[in-house]
Design a protein. Structure first.
Length: 763
C-alpha cells in the first residue's frame, strides 16, 4: 500500500476558496438581531488626572442605549506578563488613546455624536516621553503602584521600570580583557505598526444560556477567553469566545483588546453590540511595535574570534507593559546572535512612558537585537580587515554549544543556511566588485520555535473523515492547512479527509495561540500524540476483527492488516465503523504538549525566558543601490535561506518568507510611527508608508531541510524568522555601497542623506 506524502506539497488552503470568492466571514460581515454599534472615547491627553466625566447629555440622546465608564466596570487589574491595566482609565490617563468611556447606539453616527457629548474634565500632569528621562530620579512616576503589580514571573520593578532583567554567560570582564579589538555603539529601532488589512473588531451578546458570547478576530483564542473572563470578574464557563476569520495580525491581535468594552456595553444595553475601529483608531489606539534603544559592545581577537559581547536594551513600554515587556526579554535572550561567544551579558530595562501603549510584532525582540548585532559585526569586520561573511563563518554555533540561557543547542543549521545563501546570491563574486553605489550585505539570525502549551482533539467521523479540534487560529498564514496536512500524514489518510471543526472556546481545547512561530511545532506535536492515541485504538479494533493479538496487527497508510496474513485488510473507515457499532465507542484522539519545562534553576536576575523547543536559523543576503545625491535606496536583489526542519506546505512557506522579507524591507527603509509628545501624527497609509509591489525586489527562497529532533515530522516554525534579518542585511548592504553606517531604522532619506553628508544636522 502506497500513497503520496501529505508533506512538502502545495496542499490547497482550506480557507482558500471561501476567501477568494468573498464568502469568508470577518467581524465586519457579522450581524445579530437588534444589534447596536459601539464606539469608544479615547483620551487626548498623555498624562492627566480625571477630575470628572459627565455622560448625562450622551445618555439622554435618542437612540443611545448604554454609556459606560470606569464606574461601570470591575476594578480588576489584568494583563499578560504584568497585571497593570484596567478596562477604562480610572483616576488618571497614562497615554493618548487610552479608553475613557464607550457608548452603544442604534447607528454608528448616533454613537459618534454621543461620544462628542461626553465631557471629561482633566488636570494635566507632568509627562515623560523619553525612556531615558523616565529613568531619572525626578521623572514623573507613571504607575506609583508598580511594585505591587502581579505578574507571571517575579519581575524586578521600581520607579518607571516594570522589568529589570539580566542574563549572563561566562565572564564578561575577562572576555573584554582578552579582546584585541572592541567596537561599541548604540542602535535605535523605531515604533512601527502591524498594518493588518483588517482593523480590530468584535461583537458581543448574551446567548440563550445567558452567557456572554463574543465574536472576535484574535491570534490567541484561549488567552482571549481567559483574559476577557478575568477582566470582567467572570468564570470562564460564563464566557464564550468564537474566533472569526482574521484579516492579518502580525502580533497586533493577541489576547484581548476592546472585547471587554464590547461585552460591558452588551451587558448594560441587554442587546448585541459590535465595535469596529476606524483605520485612524487602529493606528492610534492599538498595540503597535514599540521602540528600543540597544547599546552593544563586541570584542574579538585579531583573527576574528569573538570573545565577548555586552548588550543593554532600554525598551519603551508606553503607558502599559503588554507584550512590549516580552519583546525586551527576547532581545537579550538573543544577545549572542548565532555565534558561540564565550562571554556575554544581556541587560534589559522595560520602562513606562506617556507614549502610546506599545505591544509587539512579528520577530518579537529578535528583529531588534539582530539589527544591532549584525550591523555591528560589519563594523568589526572592517576594523579587522576580514570579510563580513568570513567573520561570521568563523564563530557560528554548532550542535552541543551552550546558549546564553544554559540550554544545550541542537539542530543547529546556521552553517548550512550561510553556505546556501552565499552560493546562491553570488556573494563571493559580487563583494567588492559591484558598480559604484551598489552594495551587498549579509545577516544571520536565530529565533526560538516551540513555546508553551498546546492541545488538540482528533475526532474520527462515521464516514472515515477526521475533524481537528484546535484553538489555533489562522491569521492568514495557512497554519490550519499545515496542521491538517500533519493530521493526514500521521494517520496515513488523504489530505481531503481532514477538516477543522468550527472553532469555539466551548469546544476547542487549550492552546497558547498563533504566536512566536509555534503553531506547527507545538500543535503539530500535539497532533502526533493524538494520532498515536487513535492508532492504538485502531489496532485494538483490528485485532478484535482479525481475531488475533494486537502484536500481529500493523496500521499504516490508512489501514490495518495482519503481519501473518497481509491480504486481510481493514480500512480506517471500516475500523471507525467497528468502534461505533461493535466495540469501544467513538474514536477520539487526544494530544497535549508543553515544548519544554521551565529552567530547573534561576537564570540571570529578574530574567523570565523559558527554554525553547528548538531554534531556527536564517541567512539573508541583500543587494542595494544607493543614490548618493538624495539618499534613496533601492533593494535590487534578495536571497533568503532558512532552516525549516521539514517543509509542510511549499506555497505556504514561500509566502511566509517573501511576506516577511517585504515587511522587513518596509521597517528597514521607511516605516515609522511619529509621535511628538506622545501623539501619533501619521495614523494613515498616506503618511505611514508600507511597501508596495513596486518596492519588492526579486526574492530567492532557499529551504534547508534537516529534520528537527522534536518537531512534528522534523518541522520547525517559520512565521516570524523571515522578518528578523532583513533590516540588518539591508543596512549592511547600504554600508557596503556607500560607507554610511546608520544606526537607526528606518534608514530613511533624511537619515541616510545626513550620514552621507555629515556637515548636515543628523538625528
Amino acid at each position: 500500500m502506497t500513497r503520496e506524502s501529505n508533506l512538502g506539497i502545495s496542499a490547497p488552503r482550506i480557507d482558500g476558496y471561501i476567501k477568494v470568492t468573498g464568502r469568508a466571514k470577518y467581524i465586519t460581515d457579522l450581524s445579530r438581531p437588534g444589534m447596536l454599534y459601539g464606539k469608544i472615547l479615547f483620551s487626548d491627553r498623555p498624562h492627566a488626572r480625571i477630575i470628572h466625566i459627565d455622560t448625562s447629555a450622551a445618555q439622554s440622546m435618542p437612540g443611545v442605549h448604554a454609556v459606560i465608564t470606569s464606574t461601570d466596570t470591575p476594578n480588576i487589574l489584568y494583563g499578560l506578563y504584568l497585571r497593570d491595566r484596567l478596562i477604562f482609565a480610572k483616576g488618571k490617563v497614562r497615554h493618548i488613546g487610552e479608553p475613557i468611556a464607550a457608548v452603544a447606539a442604534e447607528s454608528e453616527n448616533i454613537a459618534l455624536q454621543a461620544l462628542q457629548k461626553i465631557q471629561v474634565t482633566y488636570e494635566d500632569l507632568p509627562a515623560v516621553f523619553d525612556p531615558f528621562e523616565a529613568l531619572k530620579p525626578d521623572a514623573p512616576i507613571i504607575h506609583p503602584d508598580v511594585e505591587s503589580y502581579q505578574g507571571i514571573y517575579p519581575f524586578i520593578k521600581y520607579g518607571n521600570v516594570c522589568m529589570d532583567a539580566e542574563v549572563n554567560h561566562g565572564d564578561i570582564v575577562k572576555g573584554f580583557a582578552e579582546a584585541d579589538v572592541i567596537v561599541e555603539g548604540t542602535y535605535h529601532t523605531s515604533a512601527i505598526h502591524q498594518s493588518s488589512i483588517e482593523p480590530h473588531a468584535c461583537l458581543a451578546e448574551f446567548d440563550h444560556w445567558h452567557r456572554l458570547t463574543v465574536w472576535t478576530g484574535t491570534q490567541q483564542l484561549t488567552l482571549c477567553h481567559q483574559e476577557l473572563a478575568s477582566a470582567l470578574g467572570l468564570p470562564m464557563t460564563k464566557v464564550r469566545v468564537i474566533p472569526a476569520w482574521l484579516g492579518g495580525g502580525f502580533g497586533g491581535k493577541l489576547k484581548s483588546l476592546f472585547e471587554q468594552i464590547c461585552a460591558l456595553l452588551a451587558i448594560k444595553s441587554d442587546r448585541p453590540v459590535k465595535i469596529e475601529l476606524t483605520r485612524e483608531e487602529e493606528f492610534i489606539c492599538t498595540h503597535a511595535r514599540g521602540p528600543q534603544t540597544i547599546y552593544i559592545k563586541t570584542g574579538a581577537k585579531k583573527d576574528g574570534t569573538l570573545v565577548a559581547r555586552e548588550v543593554r536594551v532600554v525598551a519603551d513600554m508606553g503607558g502599559y507593559s503588554d507584550h512590549a515587556l516580552g519583546m525586551a526579554t527576547h532581545a537579550i535572550t538573543f544577545a549572542s546572535g548565532v555565534y558561540a561567544i564565550p562571554n556575554v551579558r544581556g541587560h534589559a530595562l522595560a520602562v513606562y512612558t506617556n507614549n502610546p501603549d506599545w505591544g509587539c510584532m512579528r520577530g518579537y525582540g529578535g528583529s531588534e537585537i539582530t539589527f544591532a548585532g549584525e550591523s555591528q559585526l560589519d563594523l568589526l569586520a572592517e576594523k579587522l580587515s576580514i570579510d563580513p561573511a568570513d567573520l561570521r563563518l568563523k564563530n557560528l554555533y554548532k550542535d552541543g554549544d551552550t546558549f546564553i540561557t544554559t540550554q544545550k543547542m541542537d539542530c543547529v543549521n546556521i552553517h548550512d543556511t550561510m553556505q546556501a545563501a552565499l552560493q546562491t546570491s553570488g556573494y563571493r563574486k559580487k563583494k567588492g566588485q559591484l558598480a559604484p553605489n551598489h552594495g551587498i550585505g549579509i545577516a544571520n539570525s536565530i529565533l526560538n520555535t516551540g513555546f508553551l502549551s498546546s492541545s488538540v482533539v482528533l475526532r474520527a467521523n462515521p464516514d472515515g473523515t477526521v475533524s481537528l479540534l484546535t484553538s489555533v487560529t489562522d491569521l492568514g498564514t495557512g497554519n490550519l492547512t499545515a496542521l491538517c496536512q500533519i493530521v493526514a500524514e500521521a494517520l496515513g489518510l488523504p489530505f481531503d479527509k481532514i477538516g477543522v471543526a468550527s472553532q469555539d472556546s466551548d469546544s476547542s481545547p487549550y492552546d497558547t495561540g498563533s504566536i512566536a512561530s509555534r503553531t506547527v511545532f507545538d500543535a503539530g506535536n500535539a497532533i502526533i500524540l493524538a494520532a498515536v492515541d487513535i492508532i492504538h485504538q485502531l489496532i485494538k479494533l483490528a485485532a478484535l476483527a482479525f481475531e488475533c493479538d494486537e502484536e500481529d496487527v500493523i496500521y499504516e497508510e490508512g489501514a490495518a492488516f495482519r503481519k501473518s496474513q497481509p491480504e486481510i485488510v481493514r480500512s480506517f473507515a471500516e475500523l471507525v465503523s467497528d468502534a461505533l457499532f461493535v466495540s469501544g465507542g467513538p474514536l477520539i484522539g487526544r494530544g497535549a504538549t508543553l515544548a519544554n519545562p521551565p529552567h530547573k534553576h534561576e537564570i540571570g536576575r529578574g530574567f523570565a525566558e523559558r527554554p525553547a523547543g528548538t531554534f531556527t536559523f536564517a541567512t539573508h543576503v541583500a543587494e542595494v543601490y544607493v543614490d548618493p545625491e538624495t539618499g534613496s535606496v533601492c533593494v535590487t536583489n534578495y536571497t533568503a535561506a532558512h532552516d525549516v526542519g521539514k517543509v509542510i506546505n511549499t506555497d505556504g512557506i514561500e509566502g511566509q518568507v517573501e511576506g516577511g522579507v517585504i515587511q522587513g524591507l518596509g521597517w528597514a527603509l521607511y516605516e515609522e510611527l511619529v509621535y511628538p509628545q506622545g501623539k501619533i501624527i501619521n495614523p494613515n497609509f498616506v503618511d505611514y508608508k508600507i511597501p508596495t509591489a513596486l518596492d519588492t525586489p526579486p526574492i530567492i527562497d532557499i529551504f534547508i531541510e534537516k529534520p528537527a529532533l522534536r518537531g512534528p515530522f522534523g518541522a520547525k516554525g517559520m512565521s516570524e524568522p523571515p522578518m528578523v534579518p532583513p533590516m540588518a542585511a539591508i543596512s549592511n548592504a547600504i554600508f557596503d555601497a556607500c560607507g554610511a553606517h546608520v544606526q537607526t531604522i528606518p534608514i530613511n532619506l533624511e537619515r541616510l542623506y545626513n550620514a552621507l553628508h555629515p556637515g548636515n544636522k543628523s538625528d
